[in-house]
Design a protein around this ligand. Structure first.
Ligand SMILES: Cc1cc2nc3c(=O)[nH]c(=O)nc-3n(C[C@H](O)[C@H](O)[C@H](O)COP(=O)(O)OP(=O)(O)OC[C@H]3O[C@@H](n4cnc5c(N)ncnc54)[C@H](O)[C@@H]3O)c2cc1C
Length: 379
């Protein structure tokens, strides 16, 4: 039976919340994580097997120190787990020299003295067979980039948290929460809980559960598609990298095949804005296939257009596509992480730890100032 009074409650035990719960438990905090679904579920933003991790961050150089810390924390998590969670397959990134990706990578690498390799075009075919990259693209290889197993690492964080004494209430929905006389009351469909501290990590449900944050998040339907390959050039075992390619039609990415002749591909750009995170269209639509298959036709000669399976996930985009992490306005000892904007999972470890430090100690070693609410004129 779950108790009803805690030092800290985590609302939403998905990508970020599972990590926060673990770091709270590691600090010896009596913590409860509440989620509607089982950890590692496929209804939110953290499913579909894998997530890319990279350091020379094209989105903004201020993320780089967080990423350095995240790499360390992912390794620590792996040491507590029986299976590998982080695969440094390397990441091949290509695009026009003046595009967001290549320009952004070079900027972050320069500012933070990061090791990236500008790949000589004459070496491309030998080193990365299976890719057909136009002469007009610049090509950068980041050798320590790669991918994380997403559901498995959420389950690892959650299991570790429970082993350290955290409690879980899954299969229960948070109806409302409020703070009175420093104490948070959390009302769920099945129970009522009380705590001195609160972390809210609600993913695509941010608009419903965090109205006080008042940022116009957009929830975007994002399909992931697995295609049959006809070549072992894409196999992780043979040294194939993950990849991220920008061209005039958008930004596309994919993962090396890890057994079986299938490769996961997706478009980072685009997607349909939806009103209700419970109801994204989970069917595979013709438009999902057409953009990815056009990409296959241009760049991946050894991949067929035989789509074997798919899943639908959601991005929660903030107005500037940067995360929003701050104290919950009007509360004492309440923090939130929202608007991860389709690039947040690689940070789950460092953000979970930072949230635990903020809510318990009132400070974190990480610089999160650039992610605060004040940039939208709110605080
Ligand atoms: C297709 C796709 C590809 C991506 N690729 C990458 C990538 O390559 N690299 C990368 O770093 N990031 C990537 N991302 C982004 C990353 O996966 C997300 O930013 C991150 O996983 C979001 O975690 P979260 O904790 O915010 O949301 P979630 O993991 O969805 O967690 C939110 C949790 O809150 C729970 N919840 C919400 N409201 C309630 C309520 N009222 N009651 C009970 N429970 C509630 C939900 O059930 C859910 O479990 C991708 C995202 C998608 C969708």
């Amino acid at each position: 039976m779950t108790d009803s009074r805690f030092e800290c409650i985590v609302l939403g035990v998905g990508g970020i919340g599972s990590a926060a719960l673990y770091y709270l438990a590691r600090k010896g905090v009596r913590a409860l994580g509440i989620d509607r679904f089982e950890p590692g579920h496929d209804r939110g933003s953290s499913h579909g097997d894998t997530r890319i991790i990279r350091l020379a961050y094209f989105e903004h150089p201020d993320y780089v120190p967080l990423l350095k810390k995240s790499y360390l924390l992912w390794s620590e998590l792996e040491e507590t787990h029986r299976n590998q969670l982080l695969f440094k397959s390397g990441l091949l990134q290509t695009g026009p020299a003046n595009g967001d990706v290549i320009k952004g990578i070079r900027r972050s690498a320069k500012l933070h003295s990061l090791e990236i390799e500008e790949v000589d075009k004459s070496d491309l075919n030998d080193r990365f067979p299976g890719f057909q990259i136009p002469d007009s693209h610049s090509v950068i290889f980041e050798k320590d980039a790669g991918f994380l197993l997403v559901e498995e690492s959420i389950k690892a964080f959650t299991a570790n948290a429970v082993n350290l004494g955290a409690q879980l209430a899954v299969g229960d929905s948070i109806v409302s929460w409020n703070q009175n006389d420093r104490l948070f009351s959390v009302l769920t469909e099945k129970n009522e809980y009380v705590s001195e501290r609160l972390i809210v990590s609600p993913g695509a449900w941010a608009p419903a559960i965090l109205p006080e944050v008042d940022v116009p998040f957009s929830i975007v339907r994002k399909p992931l598609l697995w295609y049959r390959t006809k070549s072992q050039d894409y196999s992780l075992e043979n040294g194939a990298p993950a990849f991220l390619i920008e061209d005039g039609s958008g930004i596309f990415y994919g993962f090396p095949q890890t057994g079986g002749n299938e490769m996961k591909l997706a478009e980072h750009t685009g997607g349909t804005v939806i009103d209700d995170p419970f109801l994204p269209d989970r069917r595979l639509l013709e438009t999902d296939r057409s953009s990815v298959e056009c990409f296959i036709g241009s760049y991946l000669p050894g991949v067929t257009k035989n789509c074997l399976r798919h899943t639908v996930c959601m991005y929660t985009r903030s107005p500037d596509d940067h995360f929003v992490i701050d104290a919950i306005p009007g509360t004492l000892n309440g923090y939130f992480a929202a608007g991860l904007s389709g690039h947040g999972y690689k940070f789950a470890a460092v953000l979970g730890k930072a949230l635990a430090d903020l809510v318990v100690d009132g400070k974190s070693k990480e610089d999160l100032d650039f992610l605060r609410l004040s940039r939208f004129g709110k605080c």
